[in-house]
Design a protein around this ligand. Structure first.
Ligand code: S3P
Length: 439
């Protein structure tokens, strides 16, 4: 469980080499439990992420009466209860740090006639939930939030949902997925239009479970009243976890690292595109399709990076990778400018401010703007950085150690376990001089 006293020390230097398979994709792991639970039959999952976030989803469905075996070495067996087989849980469902669990489950549960309360930790309890509860209310759902539109969310039983044709104001896969899952319980066709492409794992997995989703330009549409058929799911390694090593090996001179079985879904590959624009040497090998998702091995060798203006169309495709991309920018020659990324302010922390503070603490010229940041490449010193309990901030600064002139002490790192269990061991195994200190 979380220990807010966990800190990391990233010592200077290190070369990354060898072969690494990072843990399973978090987004796909959550969705495998949710759809497996509602399916007819037994869904077998391999490569499931045994991190706190996806385990929170797993426990929540157990609490609603679903028999789930595992996880055991990434294997999970979900005994589906069918579209209407969930039972109201005895107590509130605690979703910890996981925004994906809360936003997707609010849609999945909105039309089920159950009385369910969803709660989260301090970070999750500050994140905006109106973006899902407002369109769900238009569908006829009854969900109470705290006064400022945040968790806890109390879902009241209703008699069914109306379909909606919704144009999302923000490019959010969580909002899109929430409404498509709610749409399975609506009386008619629900459509969601996105202002820019966002990750499409929900649509792909629904198809895999035999539930059709239609694409019509920027709109995804689903008919209510269908059923899901259990299937086998092979979860690829998470590109968001691989991203730390794509950057680490790029910035640590002499590195040559192979990342195996990484999901390279085109709605998630912004980190590769952005790093390549900066001059990174990333080779995509052995492209294949695994269970409806594109997968490849990524070979990355160190290369001199240059500062760039990050194309705004890449922002939703790299939304979780910016903390470590800012470290790449700090190691690049020249200035990197990010705009159009205000969403970063409402992630597990305010990732623009927290990264700017941390980079400044180790001597980097990083200036936050309302919707992005401006970073001048230059030397990285040592110092003390506060991750604010944000897993991706902690892991990003671990990579900064590879180019630092003195140790970087990173505080409040326990939440690395939400997405990347055994991060410190795996990072040390390929050449990072990092250690974890449990205070
Ligand atoms: C996720 C979508 C993204 C991402 C999050 C996981 C998902 O959030 O940041 O880590 O699994 O759908 P938004 O869609 O809100 O940008």
């Amino acid at each position: 469980m979380s220990n807010s006293n966990t800190s990391f020390t990233a010592r200077p230097g290190g070369v990354l080499s060898g072969t690494l398979r990072v843990p399973g994709d978090k987004s796909i792991s959550h969705r495998s439990i949710m759809l497996g639970a509602l399916a007819e039959g037994v869904t077998e999952v391999e490569g499931f992420l045994e991190g706190e976030d996806s385990l929170a989803t797993l426990r929540a469905f157990r609490d609603m009466g679903v028999r789930i075996e595992g996880p055991d070495g990434g294997r999970v067996r979900i005994h589906g209860v069918g579209m209407h087989g969930l039972r109201a849980p005895a107590a509130a469902l605690d979703l910890g740090n996981s925004g994906t669990s809360m936003r997707l489950m609010s849609g999945l549960l909105a039309g089920q006639g159950l009385d369910v309360t969803l709660v989260g930790d301090a970070s999750l309890s500050k994140r905006p939930m109106k973006r899902v509860t407002a369109p769900l209310a238009e569908m006829g759902a009854r969900i109470d939030t705290a006064d400022n539109g945040t968790a806890p969310l109390r879902i009241h039983p209703v008699d069914g949902l109306r379909p909606i044709d919704y144009a999302m104001p923000v490019a959010s896969a969580q909002v899109k997925s929430c409404l498509l899952l709610a749409g399975m319980y609506a009386d008619g066709t629900t459509c969601v239009a996105e202002p820019a492409p966002t990750r499409d794992h929900t649509e792909r997995m629904l198809q895999g479970f035999g539930y059709p989703v239609r694409r019509d330009g920027a709109r995804a549409c689903i008919d209510g009243g269908g059923t899901l058929r259990a299937c086998a799911i092979d979860v690829p390694a998470d590109i968001s976890s691989a991203a730390f090593f794509l950057v680490g090996a790029s910035i640590a001179e002499g590195s040559d690292l192979l990342l195996e079985h990484v999901g390279i879904n085109p709605t998630r590959d912004g980190v590769i595109n952005i790093l390549r624009l900066m001059g990174a040497d990333i080779e995509i090998r052995n492209r294949r399709e695994v269970g409806g998702e594109p997968v490849a091995d990524l070979r990355v060798r160190s290369a001199p990076l240059k500062g760039i203006r990050i194309p705004e169309d890449q922002v939703p495709l790299a939304i979780d990778e910016f903390p470590v991309l800012f470290v790449a920018a700090a190691c690049a020659d020249g200035e990197t400018v990010l705009t159009g990324a205000e969403e970063l302010r409402v992630k597990e922390s305010d990732r623009i401010q927290v990264m700017a503070d941390g980079l400044q603490a180790v001597g980097v010229d990083a200036r936050p703007t309302p919707d992005g940041i401006v970073i001048q490449g230059g030397p990285i010193g040592g110092g003390r950085v506060d991750s604010h309990g944000d897993h991706r901030i902690a892991m990003a600064f671990t990579m900064a150690g590879l180019r630092a002139s003195a140790p970087i002490h990173i505080d409040d790192c326990a939440n690395v376990n939400t997405s990347f269990p055994r991060f410190v061991d795996l990072a040390a195994g390929v050449g990072c001089a990092v250690e974890s200190n449990d205070g």
